[in-house]
Design a protein around this ligand. Structure first.
Ligand SMILES: [Zn+2]
Length: 211
């Protein structure tokens, strides 16, 4: 992962908590906002001279190829957010392998650049779904950025190392680049993540992001 700043590129309705109201089978009937909103982010980054890592959903890449090419041409790192945005805790190892392989091939074909990094939908690599890590190695990923050292109902691995480190698996090593967290009053709180970005007042978030 070559940038400290990262974005997950997906539609506004592709959120695990919305599953009961924005059913997967209806995704294509919703208004698409991802292209227009990502162009705004890319414009902003360009004005500031900042590069980022973009974890793009395969489902989005398939429908917005021009956007993927702009991400690469602008010098950002293109990485994988999987294909279908299913929580890993709800997948079998076989389904997971197919999902990350499909996303990698698609992004490499469209972007013309190797895809080395992966971030799970809703950071959903947990103690129960740790089996996903060696599969990432076998499918050619060199780093993961999914393991959040917090307590949460959908994700989190309390006690996990909160800084960049190597993980050894039977299939080989892989780097873990954990999404940012902070310690306060002996507890670990998330800093990264779109939900927290929207919920925390900016004056609280800004010093945490600058650490
Ligand atoms: Zn996502």
């Amino acid at each position: 992962m070559i940038n400290g700043l990262s974005f997950d590129i997906e539609e506004h309705f592709q959120v695990a908590a919305f599953d009961c109201v924005a059913r997967r089978r209806h995704w294509d009937s919703h208004e698409s906002r991802v292209e227009q909103n990502t162009h705004l982010i890319l414009d902003l980054l360009e004005r500031q001279g900042i590069h980022a890592t973009m974890f793009v959903l395969g489902w989005v890449a398939e429908r917005h190829k021009g956007l993927i090419r702009r991400i690469v041409e602008s010098g950002h790192e293109l990485a994988s957010h999987g294909y279908a945005h299913e929580l890993i805790t709800g997948q079998t190892p076989r389904v997971f392998r197919e999902d990350i392989r499909r996303a990698k091939h698609l992004l490499e074909d469209i972007g013309g650049t190797p895809i080395l990094g992966y971030r799970a939908p809703t950071f959903s690599i947990t103690k129960e779904s740790e089996w996903a890590i060696p599969i990432l190695v076998e499918e050619g990923y060199q780093y993961d950025s999914s393991i959040m050292a917090v307590v949460h109902d959908y994700y989190g691995m309390p006690g996990a190392i909160p800084t960049i480190h190597a993980i050894s698996t039977d299939s080989g090593p892989i780097w873990e680049v954990p999404p940012s967290t902070c310690k306060w009053a002996g507890m670990t709180f998330p800093v990264a993540g779109g939900g927290y970005f929207r919920l925390f007042p900016y004056r609280v978030l800004k010093p945490l992001l600058q650490r």
